[in-house]
Design a protein around this ligand. Structure first.
Ligand code: NAP
Length: 259
């Protein structure tokens, strides 16, 4: 299927590694030019070089923390126009409901709710003027099924989901489709960071912790960044214009729910 987005420009936030990288790679595979972002400049430049070499698209890099207003402004200004926005950032630390202070909640809300909202507010006017836009927010399965040790994520991402639910319906008539992608467990550094404490607590290796978790997933494995990128590219495509305000779970069947 031709996704019909060759030559468009996408800003993919937090994309030197992991799920963001998967989205950047899949969009580049469709001929989309990229603005890529991450804090660490070295890994970002390496990822951008690999994508340019593999797909022949234009890739501009903006190194810096996407939760800051200055970096968001640089990232948006780095392309002639932003046709496609993929919001992403690191996830909040694990813990217990009783651990977190007001400051911890504000940091999580800033990273996983207010930053994607600010990015959407910045790019939506241009998309509306041009009559075309696609926005995908990388959230989490925690929006559908709370993860006990990730209360900060459960909280912040649910707030973002509420904003998208309302806003997506206000801009759909102007050619802009906003949706959320909800990752279950995918094989990235973030998954290692979540599995390592489990391995330590249970006195098992990281591989054993992964195997135990895999056994609890109907698909029997972790997702890959390629799985994730493919779904992202489709939601960013010309073909996905009638998909509005949805929350697509990519979890190998892990969330046991009918809807
Ligand atoms: P990852 O493999 O650790 O990659 C994170 C990427 O984001 C890196 O490129 C990192 O580069 C960049 N980054 C992190 N914070 C940033 C910031 N403030 N500004 C700019 N770039 C930033 O993580 P991932 O697994 O892809 O996860 C992506 C998101 O999905 C996270 O919010 C995570 O909580 C969520 N999620 C992941 C899973 C999973 O199983 N992997 C499941 C559910 C939800 P630098 O460190 O150099 O900035």
């Amino acid at each position: 299927m031709d996704l019909g987005i060759g030559g468009k420009w996408a800003l993919v936030c937090a994309s030197s590694k992991g799920l963001g990288r998967g989205c950047a790679e899949a969009l580049a595979g469709e001929g989309v030019n990229l603005v890529m972002n991450a804090r660490g400049a070295e890994a970002l430049e390496a990822a951008a070089d690999e994508i340019r070499a593999a797909h022949g698209v234009t890739v501009v890099t903006v190194a810096g923390d996407i939760t800051t207003e200055a970096v968001r402004a640089r990232a948006i200004a780095a392309a002639p126009q932003i046709d496609i926005l993929v919001t992403n950032a690191g996830g909040p630390p694990p813990g217990l409901w009783s651990d977190w202070s007001r400051g911890d909640f504000l940091a999580a809300l800033d990273q996983n709710m207010l930053t994607p909202i600010a990015l959407m507010q910045a790019v939506l006017p241009g998309m509306i003027d041009r009559g075309w836009g696609r926005i995908v927010n990388i959230t989490s399965q925690s929006v559908k099924a709370p993860i006990p040790q990730l209360g900060l994520s459960n909280t912040a991402r649910t707030g973002l989901t509420g904003f998208v639910a309302g806003t997506a319906r206000q801009v759909a008539g102007r050619g802009v489709a906003i949706n959320n992608l909800l990752p279950g467990i995918h094989a990235t550094d973030r998954a290692d960071a979540l599995d390592a404490p489990v391995a330590e607590r249970e006195g098992i290796t990281l591989d054993e912790a992964r195997a135990r978790r895999s056994a609890s997933i109907p698909a029997g494995r972790y997702g890959t960044i390629e799985d994730f990128g493919a779904a992202c590219a489709f939601l960013c495509s010309e073909r996905a214009g009638f998909i509005v305000g949805q929350n697509l779970l990519l979890d190998g069947g892990a969330v046991n729910a009918t809807l």
